[in-house]
Design a protein around this ligand. Structure first.
Ligand code: PSV
Ligand code: MN
Length: 432
């Protein structure tokens, strides 16, 4: 079945026509440059085309900070409209054919119908996400003092039930993984008994684990702080790794780049989790100070490259059962979410392609010879290679836009949606 897209394919082809001659010239030049390094550009373009990252259902709405939300025009008003926007992102960048769904924010009334609609747009579903960090209207018991780790068993049971429901919905949607992030933690010393709280987490997670279909994985997402500002139950990768080993082979760790202290060596955490066979997936975004949820690659592109360097190293090494799920998790208060998500997907593709260009034999040799700068320059050679022509060519050949941002803006998509989707009354809080 060919996917239905909102922007006319001929329009994209016309826009591409304007930039095609230059792209071909740049591509040819880069091809020669790579040839000198013994790399065939066509292989790299095929790698770029194979790269995929899932878009978060919640990311296509305007997010916000905890202080305010400034809604944009033509915002999607429900999950069906959100999927339209996700499909438009994929139409232009051709690297985002899956959506990661948040329940209950984007809970479908009829999961089978939603799946059919998504597939008509060329979309599938990646990992599900539960939400026990907020109270929903009509909810029986509050999560104010925790969910899966709450001292009251009844609250824990409610949170477990919710996670099991997410898995059941995900099964209907064709998803194969479930992500658990909890806001549980303490704001004051002494508020929580550290060991008992973690024991309760494991007890709750065991029930969720039992509900997993045999071919599913459960991801635990750690976060250093926020909303709890003194202690967080699943605060770091060590705790997450400990829990994953306690639970069993289907449990793995999810790394959200924004959930670490500012100078933490995230690429090394990634390597450690790979080595332990526990790297489940990513929430990609970028940050300057904390969990800023800025667009991927907007603040620390070298760090992003170094993360991908570890991923590519594991991939090309043939690491067994290496299958991390790639998802974006960012929030938009001042930009059009479609633009931000497109550019983030492109930044990830760029970091991936650059990491594929690392001369691994030269890097190994430098490492063995204790040649620190030889190793660094090998990485820098790959990182400073302008691979834009490769990514643009990959997109164009797949039917996407050479310049996704310019094509999107010229298409008038947002203006059309502003007319079709009149603003809704009511202000929702920012997300964490
Ligand atoms: C928490 O900060 C988080 O990173 C989790 O992934 C949530 O599910 C998501 O953000 C949305 O708020
Ligand atoms: Mn996240």
């Amino acid at each position: 079945m060919t996917a239905h897209f909102e922007i006319n394919d001929n329009f994209i082809a016309e826009q591409n026509q304007k930039a095609k001659a230059w792209l071909e010239e740049d591509y040819e030049h880069l091809g020669k440059q790579l040839q000198r390094r013994g790399v065939n550009i066509e292989d790299v373009t095929a790698q770029a085309q194979a790269f995929q990252v899932a878009v978060p259902s919640w990311g296509v709405g305007t997010g916000g900070t905890r202080f305010a939300r400034f809604p944009g025009v033509g915002e999607p008003r429900g999950i069906y409209e959100k999927l339209q926007d996700c499909a438009t992102i994929n139409q232009l960048v051709r690297a985002t054919p899956a959506v990661s769904l948040h329940i209950p924010w984007d809970k479908p009334q009829d999961a089978n119908d939603l799946r059919a609609y998504a597939s008509s747009l060329g979309l599938g579903f990646d990992a599900m996400n539960s939400n026990t960090f907020q109270d929903q209207a009509g909810q029986k018991l509050s999560y104010k003092f925790g969910s899966l780790t709450h001292p009251d068993r009844a609250v824990r049971e409610q949170a477990i039930e919710h996670n099991i429901e997410c898995i059941e919905i995900g099964q209907k949607l064709g998803s194969k993984a479930h992500t658990v992030w909890i806001g549980d933690g303490g704001n004051f010393p002494g508020q929580q008994h550290f060991r008992r709280t973690l024991e309760r987490y494991l007890e709750s997670m065991r029930d969720i684990y039992k509900a997993l279909p045999a071919d599913w994985r459960v991801f635990m997402e750690h976060k250093m702080y926020e909303p709890a500002f003194y202690s967080t139950v699943i605060n770091d990768w060590g705790t997450s790794y400990f829990c994953a080993t306690q639970l069993g082979p289907q449990a793995q760790c999810l790394v959200d780049l924004g959930h670490h202290a500012p100078n933490v060596n995230i690429e090394m955490i990634v390597a450690r989790l790979i080595q332990a066979g526990k790297l489940g997936g990513f929430h990609f975004n970028d940050s300057k100070y904390g969990d800023d949820d800025l667009d991927a690659g907007s603040i620390k592109p070298f760090q992003l490259f170094l993360v991908f360097n570890e991923l590519v190293d594991a991939q090309t090494d043939g690491t067994p059962d290496f299958n991390p799920a790639y998802m974006l998790d960012q929030s938009h208060n001042v930009s059009d979410p479609i633009e931000s998500l497109m550019l983030s997907a492109v930044e990830l593709q760029r970091a991936y392609v650059q990491a594929r260009l690392v001369d691994r034999a030269a890097l190994s040799e430098a490492q063995v010879k204790c040649d620190a700068l030889g190793a660094l320059t090998t990485l820098k050679q790959a990182f400073t290679t302008d691979v834009a022509p490769v990514i643009a060519m990959a997109r164009m050949r797949a039917g996407g836009a050479i310049d996704p941002l310019a094509t999107y803006r010229a298409s008038g998509y947002r203006q059309r949606k502003a007319e079709e989707r009149p603003a809704q009354i009511g202000v929702s809080a920012g997300i964490v």
